[in-house]
Design a protein around this ligand. Sequence first.
Ligand code: SF4
Length: 284
Amino acid sequence: MKNVILAKSAGFCFGVKRAVDTVYEQTGKNEKIYTFGPIIHNEAVVEDLEKRGVTVVHSTDELKTKEKGTVIIRSHGVEKAIYEEIEKLGFSIVDATCPFVLKIHKYVEKYSKLGYYIVIIGNEKHPEVLGIKGWCNPEETSVIETKEEARNFNISEGKKICIVSQTTFNNNKFKELVEIIQKKGYNINVLNTICNATEERQKEAKEIAARVDAMIVIGGRNSSNTQKLFEICKNECENTYYIQTYKDLVRSEFKSVDNVGITAGASTPNNIIEEVQTNVRNEF
Ligand code: SF4
């Protein structure tokens, strides 16, 4: 029997739990329910919701062909223009954007209007970043993800800059990138908008990975916060495995292992974590 250490912070964060609960609550109503993009990066949950009549739409163009109903905005949030377009098309909106992301929208909107140049530290393709960008003046906004991009960042002198972060960005990387921009001598207003849930989960995962023989990170392949958790754990523990469900585990890899750590990304439902835990503890 293996000794299993399960991270307390594994799984749904507050914002994701709130968004998923919102969709389940809405399914009880007698009208068509859509989510604007998959509610979380977890196929099992999305499929379960589909069975309950929830349809995922990816654009307002797609909505044009659909029966009227309610559109739920997921925890990542969306651009300002999307709220306007959805309403214009005659759909109701239930906003499940995480309050921490809404705070960033309000912040960048305010500073954009005050004439600040907005820098978003994050992945420019991530839906949350696309959403944040959509609350800024597009001419005066940059997304920076790498040291090279930070070094190449250059705007006219005298322009004030407001820096925010994708909530799931790595904290140390964020500080490094801000430092590079700061050294250029700009007048900068920095708001570290990395969510505590992510930081806590990363910190705990790192601590556990450092003291176990093998570490399991559970989460969807497309989940950026799970990928980051994996990177962090792999740095501490060579035997780190990235899985989606317990079926991805290879029993032989745990043969000579006594202590196993488990953590999971923000989109991983509890039942999947439980299943992995039970299997590793009793079967491996
Ligand atoms: S990680 Fe934080 S900001 Fe993102 S949805 Fe979860 S609670 Fe909200």
